[in-house]
Design a protein around this ligand. Structure first.
Ligand SMILES: [Fe+2]
Length: 275
């Protein structure tokens, strides 16, 4: 996998795609946009421009049924075409008995759920022969039957399933603010060598609650947490997520510049700390 800063590709970037490509090291695509259209012209264009990472929204690794072979066959075609090192999806369930819920429901952090998610991830990894990375999601309720905290559950899961983490640093910040805990402490306890890559995005405020709207510039407090996370963990690409037709070229360029400055600063730190 390449190293550096990238953006999650959205169709609204198409009008300045070549210019955007010159600012970044990679694009992240949404797998499901191409699973039924592997010959997509858009995918071919993106592939010619930059290395791709693929993020998914439909594997539902918290469901009690295994991901479908038919879907995984399509993933394998995408992996081959895009030369992917890994695939990723959310630490959630989003499907019940073939009905897709258009939302990511956070999981109960129980021993039973640990076994279910582990089994699903191992099944995906066996079928695709690629590392699976799960993304920490924003949650607005905690299940009363939890056996573990989120960080305990994540730490156990990566080791048990031998998978990786897509660390969404903004989601971590939002959860820490909404649930009153220290995000830096969370990073300190994360299995640092299991982080594959990172997401960062802007958030919105609804009353006292932060929500992952992806439609604003990244908050300065989140950039501070990005810098800390990059110093402490192993991920090799930082992807900026910007959705909802909310950006213009100049704003996105500015966000990429901030991300690159932090990336270069922490990269030098990592090299020096190994000397
Ligand atoms: Fe994300």
């Amino acid at each position: 996998m390449n190293e550096g800063v990238g953006v999650a590709y959205r169709p609204e970037f198409e009008s300045y795609l070549t210019e955007l490509s010159s600012w970044v090291d990679a694009f992240e695509i949404i797998s499901e946009n191409y699973l039924n259209d592997i010959e997509s012209e858009e995918l071919d264009i993106l592939l010619k421009l930059k290395p791709l990472l693929a993020h998914s929204v439909s594997l539902s690794i918290g469901s009690t049924t295994l991901p479908k072979d038919k879907k995984l066959d399509k993933f394998n075609k995408l992996i081959k075409k895009c030369n992917l090192d890994s695939i990723s999806d959310h630490l959630s369930f989003s499907e019940i008995e073939d009905i897709q819920i258009n939302n990511f429901i956070n999981l109960p952090f129980t021993e039973e759920m640990l076994d279910i998610v582990c089994q699903n991830i191992q099944y995906v990894q066996n079928k695709t022969e690629k590392k699976f990375l799960f993304e920490n999601i924003v949650y607005f309720l905690s299940w009363p039957q939890n056996d573990y905290s989120e960080i305990e559950f994540i730490s156990k899961l990566v080791k048990k399933a031998d998978c990786g983490i897509l660390l969404d640093i903004s989601n971590l910040y939002i959860n820490s603010e909404n649930n009153k805990y220290c995000p830096y402490n969370f990073i300190d306890h994360l299995p640092k060598d299991f982080v594959g890559y990172y997401h960062v995005s802007g958030f919105d405020k609804e009353g006292d609650i932060l929500v992952d709207s992806h439609d604003k510039n990244v908050d300065p407090e989140v950039w501070k947490l990005v810098e800390y996370s990059l110093r402490k963990t192993s991920g090799n690409v930082l992807i900026i997520e910007r959705d909802n037709n909310s950006t213009n070229k100049e704003e996105l360029h500015s966000e990429i510049s901030i991300a690159k400055d932090i990336w270069n600063k922490t990269k030098n730190y990592k090299v020096m700390s190994k000397l």
